[in-house]
Every structure is written in structure tokens, then in C-alpha cells.
Design a binder for this molecule. Structure first.
Ligand code: ADP
Ligand code: ZN
Length: 616
């Protein structure tokens, strides 16, 4: 067994490396640089933690989020790794202790914020220490314009000059090639070995549905599939996050709002509760997210469309970092499209910038409207090919029906044209359906050839046609007139009869048969599961860390399935290293053994796990 594999097992309690981890570790141990692109949850941390343990000296981890350093350091200390951090939250005395430990070569890992690292006295301090490596986490910060941490990240290129012999590893979960190239260039990592992993997150189930009664749809989703689970709900506006959180509270959920407009106390309190407690839902704008590495987020819901596929991928990627089943669930409707197009038009910037944004929005709408595998489309967008449909997205689970919408589409386009491209979708539908509204008489639209030619479809079906015509770029939303639809060049072929059009049949969400999530294996004894969780909760509280830092759900689940009765068996469970075995093994074993004794005498009837109970 290699030394790296020994550490993986004895310290972290895992039996095998994932993906490229081993190769990355070997590269660093050999003293070479690495650039690592791995999706969220892929296991980036081990890529520098293990080399830091194998190489002499201390590994310096540069991470922008000081709020998370405490948890990272706590998690390391629990497995017996000597870790500390330097940031502004330390008192002068605490800081001196860390510095002393560093100078005595007692630390395996030191977490530092970039602005701190760039200070001359920090660099001077590091120059006096033995250093194992530099790990630059969230390395995409270096490339994103307007990123809060960009200036500090750009300065990190100095590390290479100041410490030419210390290997560096840059890590990011941002997928696109441009970002990757820029990281390599800015951080002088062109010579580094690049490790690019697949960006697939197979445990995330992608689902996109038509927005009808947003809240009720959300409620049903939560009640049926995610009772008691931690999750994130994204909304477009601050107001909506607060309204939604309040409403969910009234429905009995532990929901908290999070947006940039809240004062910092409230924000950090909500973040803290999300991380420390179980089953908390955060309703947020995009201000919430970066670096939230809570592994057991079971769902990410979008009540409004994100702006691009990149944001969608990043936001949904916060679900299921622990590799267990998780849902990415999104609602979208015509109004979202119109709103986003308008926001984009009003956003300033050059024509070229606007065109690029437009293009990215179109790609997102394409993802919403496709009837084939969502994962294939998502990965294709990032230049990755998935040979087979995934079997774990809504379209794979139940192929959506399509219909020949050529004729209705022509009618929709022609009514748009005949009303001089000055009206929004509601009025156009009224004309098609021959309604008697004031507006129709005001503009004399009852005399148009299009008037009343669309009675064969209901309003709802017409909305679906218009939405898909906009999403596919046949119609655009007029930016100067609120919501007015306009014909696009692409219409010609369809209007001339040279092209036919298949559209997705909108279905009410409930008829899309979803397998409910099985977070717990079906044969788990729920009483034991709860008892183990209680034991974990007590340790977590006592030590002031989030429960998952003690053991992940998957480790608790393994306890329920393997039912070890002695330390030897307990040590075999995934996620149990030597330190945790000593520290927690006896207590958890006692819970298991007590459970056996109880069930021998009482033989309680097996209850069904709560997450398997579905409403009919
Ligand atoms: P990332 O930083 O890439 O988002 P993390 O480093 O936080 O991911 O790892 C995600 C989860 O996967 C963590 O809970 C970690 O303990 C677990 N993990 C990482 N590598 C392995 C492995 N080789 N075997 C089992 N679990 C692993
Ligand atoms: Zn699929």
C-alpha cells in the first residue's frame, strides 16, 4: 500500500481514492505544481491535505472565506491533523500561539485568507518556516471580473517567485476553459500538471418544471420528498426570499431568509444555523452560496430562473456534496424569460456584452425546454460528452410528450405580426381565442384575420406555445415596450412552410411520475438511525461543530447496515479513521448494542423511514 493510501485509510477512514486524487497527490509529493478542476463534492480537499501530511513542513491553504476556516480546522483536528488558521478573528494571544506552533514546525496545515497572506510580515514569517505546499482554493477568484477577492488573488502570483521550491496546487470547481486558462496564466501555473475531472454529478437529479402555482408546487415537493432535509431555495429578489421564508415557516418548515440586504448579524446567524443545525432551509438570493461546503444539502430549488447555465450548475452543485441522492428542482415560466430579458437589456454594458449575455440566456432556456436528457445537455454545454442518457433527470425518468405544433406556431407568429408586434402575450392569446375584451375593441383587433382562429387551444396551451417560441428564439421580447413580442429572423422558414415544429407538451407537475428520493436504504431501522443521530448531535453540541463533522450521514447509514458490535468492525466503516474510532467508536457502538438488547427483549415493530412515506 502506498503511504498516501495508508493515510487515506488511517486518518480519513476511506478505502480508495476517487477519480484523480491519487495522481494529484503523487504530483505534489514529487514537488511539482498542479491545477485541479473537480466538481463540488469531488474531493478536492484530500488532494492537498494528504500531501501536506506526507511532505515535511506545513501546508498553507489559501481560502477566501474566513467564516469557514474554523469548521475546516475543527474537522482536521478531529481526525488528528494538526491544523490552525490565521485570520482577523483571532485575538493577538491566539495569533501568537499559532505563529509559535508554525515556527516550531508543529503544524500540518495552516489556513490563511489571501489578503493576510499577501502582507509583508506574513510572507516574512513563512520564509522562516518549512513549507510543504501552497494550496490555492477557489482559484477561479483570480479570473472573475469584479470578484470580491480578485485583487488579493492576483497577488498570489508572488508566491511562485518568493518560494520557488514549494509546490503549489490551485483548485476550483468552475468548469469552463477560459477560467482554467486564466488561472494558469495569472498564477503562473502553465507548467503545472492539469487534472480535469468530469463535471458530472451523478447523484444530483435534475428536474425542471413549468411554473404554475409556484408556492404550492414547492410545498408539495418539500412535503413529499424533503421533510426534515436541509436545502437551499433560490429566488430572484430579496423581497421574495423573505416572503417565501415566512410562508414556509407558517407551513411548519425551519426556513430562513438570506440576502445581501440583511444586516450582517442576521446573515451570519442564519448561515450559522444552516451549518450547525439539521434540516434548516435557507431561502436566498444568489448572495448565498460560495464556499458553503455543507455536505448534506439534500435539495436546491430554484423558484426563479438563474441567469446562465454556469450559475445553474454552480447553484445546483451545492446539493449532495456527500455523494448521496439530492435534487436540483427548478420552476420556470414565460414571465421569468421576459423578466430576465428585460433585466439584461437594462444592464448597460457594450452591445457585444449584451449579445453574449443573450446567448447564454438562450442556452439556459434551451436546457429548460429540451425533451431529451438534461444531464447530457448540461455537460455538453461545458464541452463534455455523456454517451448515454443519464437515467436520473426528469426527462430520462419520464420522457416528456411532444406534439406537432407547426400550425399553432404559425398562428401565433402571424397574430404577433398582424398586431404590429406591439402587444404582450395575454392580449395576443385573447385575439387568437376571439375574446371580447375592451382592449380588443379599442384597437379594432376583432377585424383581424387572426381573430378567433385559435379556439382549438386553451389559453394555457397558447401560453406554452408562446413561451417555447420565445425560448427557442422565434420571438423576442420587446425591450422598450413592456413584454411586447416581436418576430425574429428565425421565423421565416416556419412561416413559409419550410419547417415544422415539435414542442414539448406541458404537463402538470404531479403527473410527472417521480420516484421519491430514497435517502435512507429501505431496510434501515429507523429507531436506530434516530438514536445514532442523537448521539452525533450530542457530540456536535459538546464540541461546537456541525454534526457532519463528527460523522457524515453515509457513515451513520453504514452503521445501521453493517451493525458492527465491536471496535474492529466499526473501524471498517467508511469515514472512520483511527482518531474518530478512538474518540467516538465506543459511544456509537454502545448505541448499537443497546439497540440490539432492546430489540431482543421488546422486538418493536419496524417503522417505515420517514423519507419513504409519500402523500398520495
Ligand atoms: P470539494 O472540496 O471538492 O467540494 P470535499 O473535499 O469537501 O469536496 O469532499 C467532498 C466529500 O467527499 C467530503 O465529505 C469528503 O470527506 C468525501 N471524500 C473525499 N474523498 C473521498 C474518498 N476518496 N473516499 C470517500 N469519501 C471521500
Ligand atoms: Zn437524463
Amino acid at each position: 500500500m502506498s503511504r498516501a493510501a495508508e493515510i487515506l485509510e488511517s486518518v480519513f477512514g476511506y478505502t480508495s481514492f476517487r477519480g484523480e486524487q491519487q495522481a494529484v497527490i503523487d504530483t505534489l509529493v514529487a514537488g511539482e505544481d498542479a491545477l485541479v478542476l473537480m466538481p463540488t463534492g469531488g474531493g478536492k480537499s484530500l488532494c492537498y491535505q494528504i500531501p501536506a501530511l506526507l511532505r515535511e513542513g506545513c501546508g498553507v491553504v489559501i481560502s477566501p472565506l474566513i467564516a469557514l476556516m474554523q469548521d475546516q480546522v475543527d474537522a482536521m483536528c478531529l481526525v488528528g491533523v494538526k491544523a490552525a488558521y490565521l485570520n482577523s478573528t483571532l485575538s493577538p494571544g491566539q495569533e501568537q500561539e499559532v505563529i509559535d506552533a508554525l515556527l516550531r514546525d508543529e503544524l500540518d496545515l495552516l489556513y490563511v485568507a489571501p489578503e493576510r497572506l499577501n502582507q509583508e510580515h506574513t510572507l516574512a514569517l513563512l520564509a522562516r518556516c518549512r513549507l510543504a505546499l501552497f494550496a490555492i482554493d477557489e482559484a477561479h477568484c483570480v479570473s472573475q471580473w469584479g470578484h470580491d477577492f480578485r485583487a488579493d488573488y492576483l497577488e498570489l502570483s508572488r508566491l511562485h517567485q518568493a518560494f520557488p521550491d514549494v509546490p503549489r496546487i490551485a483548485l476550483t470547481a468552475t468548469a469552463d476553459q477560459r477560467t482554467r486558462q486564466e488561472i494558469a496564466m495569472r498564477l503562473q501555473l502553465e507548467q503545472a500538471r492539469h487534472f480535469i475531472s468530469s463535471f458530472d454529478r451523478p447523484n444530483i437529479r435534475y428536474r425542471i418544471s413549468l411554473k404554475q402555482s409556484g408556492r404550492q408546487q414547492l410545498l408539495k415537493f418539500l412535503k413529499r420528498e424533503h421533510r426534515g432535509d436541509a436545502g437551499i431555495i433560490y429566488c430572484m429578489s430579496r423581497n421574495k426570499t423573505e416572503e417565501t421564508a415566512n410562508w414556509l415557516q407558517a407551513q411548519g418548515f425551519d426556513a430562513l431568509a438570506y440576502h445581501a440586504g440583511l444586516d450582517s448579524r442576521t446573515r451570519s446567524d442564519h448561515l450559522h444555523r444552516f451549518l450547525r443545525e439539521e434540516g434548516v432551509i435557507v431561502v436566498a438570493t444568489i448572495a448565498f452560496g460560495m464556499g458553503i461546503d455543507k455536505p448534506d444539502v439534500r435539495f436546491v430549488a430554484h423558484l426563479d430562473l438563474p441567469k446562465t447555465i454556469e450559475s445553474y450548475y454552480q447553484e445546483t452543485g451545492r446539493a449532495g456534496r456527500d455523494g448521496e441522492a439530492a435534487d436540483a428542482w427548478m420552476l420556470y415560466g414565460l414571465q421569468d424569460v421576459i423578466k430576465l430579458r428585460q433585466m439584461m437589456a437594462g444592464s448597460g454594458g457594450s452591445e457585444e456584452h449584451k449579445r453574449a449575455e443573450q446567448h447564454r440566456l438562450n442556452a439556459l432556456l434551451g436546457l429548460c425546454e429540451i425533451s431529451s436528457c438534461r444531464r447530457q445537455a448540461l455537460l455538453a454545454y461545458f464541452g463534455e460528452e455523456l454517451a448515454q442518457p443519464c437515467g436520473n433527470c426528469d426527462n430520462c425518468l419520464q420522457a416528456p410528450a411532444t406534439w406537432d405544433a407547426t400550425e399553432p406556431a404559425r398562428k401565433a407568429l402571424s397574430v404577433t405580426y398582424r398586431t404590429e408586434q406591439r402587444f404582450g402575450v395575454n392580449h395576443l392569446i385573447d385575439v387568437l381565442r376571439g375574446a371580447n375584451s375592451d382592449k380588443i375593441f379599442q384597437f379594432g383587433h376583432q377585424h383581424l384575420a387572426s381573430y378567433g382562429i385559435g379556439k382549438e387551444l386553451e389559453s394555457k396551451q397558447w401560453r406554452s406555445v408562446f413561451r417555447q417560441l420565445v425560448a427557442r428564439g422565434y420571438l423576442s421580447v420587446d425591450l422598450d415596450r413592456f413584454g411586447a413580442l416581436r418576430l425574429e429572423e428565425k421565423c421565416r422558414a416556419l412561416l413559409r412552410g419550410e419547417e415544422t415544429l415539435e414542442l414539448r407538451q406541458d404537463v402538470a407537475e404531479k403527473s410527472v411520475r417521480q420516484q421519491t428520493k430514497v435517502a435512507l436504504a429501505p431496510d434501515i431501522d429507523i429507531a436506530l438511525w434516530e438514536a445514532l443521530r442523537e448521539c452525533r448531535r450530542e457530540f456536535a453540541e459538546e464540541q461546537g461543530v456541525p454534526p457532519y463533522v463528527i460523522f457524515h450521514d453515509s457513515t451513520l447509514q453504514a452503521m445501521c447496515l453493517e451493525l458492527p458490535r465491536e471496535l474492529e468492525g466499526f473501524a471498517q466503516l467508511g469515514g472512520v479513521g483511527e482518531r474518530k474510532l478512538d474518540k467516538y467508536g465506543p459511544a456509537f457502538l454502545a448505541v448499537i448494542n443497546r439497540h440490539f438488547d432492546d430489540s431482543d427483549t421488546l422486538a418493536p415493530p419496524q417503522q417505515e423511514p420517514p423519507s419513504l412515506i409519500t402523500e398520495s
